[in-house]
Design a protein around this ligand. Structure first.
Ligand SMILES: Cc1ncc(COP(=O)(O)O)c(C=O)c1O
Length: 387
């Protein structure tokens, strides 16, 4: 038989969490009470008014047919209104907003809208793996731009070699950042616009965590002067309203880029279930008190986990946004070994930050997706660890 799999599948980088998964299974078999702080998936339920809106819409046969490829006009208007209220941005919902089946879908399809074989795509390291993997699927070449702790996990755009910048088609940015929880400054965004203009690069900003903040609300890249000429931004309802399973979000920004993404989608998928879009409208247009309440919950959890671990002598990077926190490895340990030790000696599941790229070495990532009692228990167990 000829080789069954395409090169792009065979060439996928090794799955770095395999060792952790294996250890998790071993511990489970032994009956260890695992505290899984490895996965960024909210443990809190979707607010009831959103569930109710879905239930009502799902009972209406009018929602049962193929949806519009780019999303219902009412959904796009609700997303544009959200952008106006939250970021003071005026977007044309007809041309500058497209409904997506979760931001991952849009992030994955975007390279197909603009990357030609051989084009370079600038991807953060550590970063959400989809940027680089789907660049490769589209025939492009990822170039990893390191995010360093000493630089606030912002990329040094001046350090990108001239020949790479010349070949670059897209620059991915993601603030609040996964996995570092870093935030961008308006000044950094200005530098990004200048870089994009100088090198004729598209800026793709991933704002999946825009509403998960503990101090001031993070800005949108699109608020930066000139950004609408070069940028597209990916938004998600997943984390804001605990809707990871619902698969809904939007992309917005420059009309040409949004339109091109819409063209890819038209050829690949058939849109997001109308009833889910109705629920998303209820989420975006309704009372945002549920989001504020959730922020308060994560803030309390942050104090327990980060405060507790810092008091126990860990080098903890307490997040100002997102539900991720990085813990520095003890000296002489790799991220994978540290995560393996945490798992086998304490039953606490952490993610080695190297799973997000080589520059993640030095850290493991924990999430705040467990209740206060479990987080306190995690701290109590980690305190006993001999560093
Ligand atoms: C940085 C980042 N972007 C995008 C996503 C995708 O989220 P969704 O597809 O649920 O909108 C995630 C999910 O964890 C993420 O961490």
């Amino acid at each position: 038989m000829k080789t069954v799999l395409a090169d792009r599948i065979r060439d996928l980088p090794p799955y770095l969490f395999a060792k952790i998964d294996e250890l998790k299974n071993e511990q489970r078999k032994k009956g260890t009470d695992l505290i899984d702080l490895g996965i960024g998936d909210p443990d809190l339920p979707t607010p009831p008014h959103i569930v109710e809106a879905l239930a009502v819409a799902a009972r209406d046969p009018g929602t049962h047919r193929y949806p519009s490829y780019v999303g219902m006009a009412a959904f796009r208007a609700a997303a544009a209104a959200f952008m106006k209220k939250r970021f003071a941005l005026t977007l044309d919902p007809g041309k500058e907003v497209v409904c997506v089946i979760g931001s991952k879908e849009a992030i994955a399809h975007f390279p197909f809208a603009c990357v030609n074989p051989g084009d370079v795509v600038l991807c953060p390291d550590p970063g959400y793996p989809v940027y680089a993997t789907l660049t490769r699927f589209a025939g492009g070449e990822p170039y990893f731009v390191p995010l360093r702790r000493e630089a606030g996990f912002l990329p040094d755009l001046d350090a990108i070699p001239a020949d790479i910048a010349r070949r670059a088609k897209i620059l991915w940015i993601n603030y609040p950042n996964n996995p570092t929880a870093a935030l961008a400054t308006p000044d950094f965004y200005k530098k990004v616009v200048a870089f994009a203009q100088k090198h004729d690069v598209i800026v793709a900003s991933d704002l999946a965590y825009s509403e998960m903040y503990y101090e001031s609300p993070p800005p949108s890249f699109l608020e930066t002067p000139g950004a609408m000429d070069v940028g597209i931004e990916f938004h998600s309802l997943s984390k804001t309203y605990n809707m990871t399973g619902w698969r809904v979000g939007w992309a917005c920004g420059n009309a040409t880029l949004v339109g091109a993404l819409g063209q890819v989608k038209t050829n690949v998928d058939s849109g997001c279930f109308d009833a889910v879009q109705h629920a998303a409208i209820a989420a975006l247009s309704g009372d945002q008190a549920c989001v504020a309440a959730q922020r308060a919950i994560y803030k309390e959890r942050r104090e327990i986990l980060c405060g507790g671990l810092a008091a126990a002598g860990f080098d903890v990077l307490t997040p100002k946004a997102s539900f991720y926190t990085l813990i520095a490895n003890p000296k002489g340990t790799t991220s994978i070994d540290f995560a393996a030790r945490l798992l086998t000696e304490t039953g606490v599941v952490a993610t080695p930050a190297t799973g997000f790229g080589a520059a993640g070495e030095g850290f493991v990532r924990l999430t705040l997706c467990a209740d206060k009692a479990r987080l306190a228990e995690a701290v109590a167990r980690l305190r006993k660890l001999k560093l």
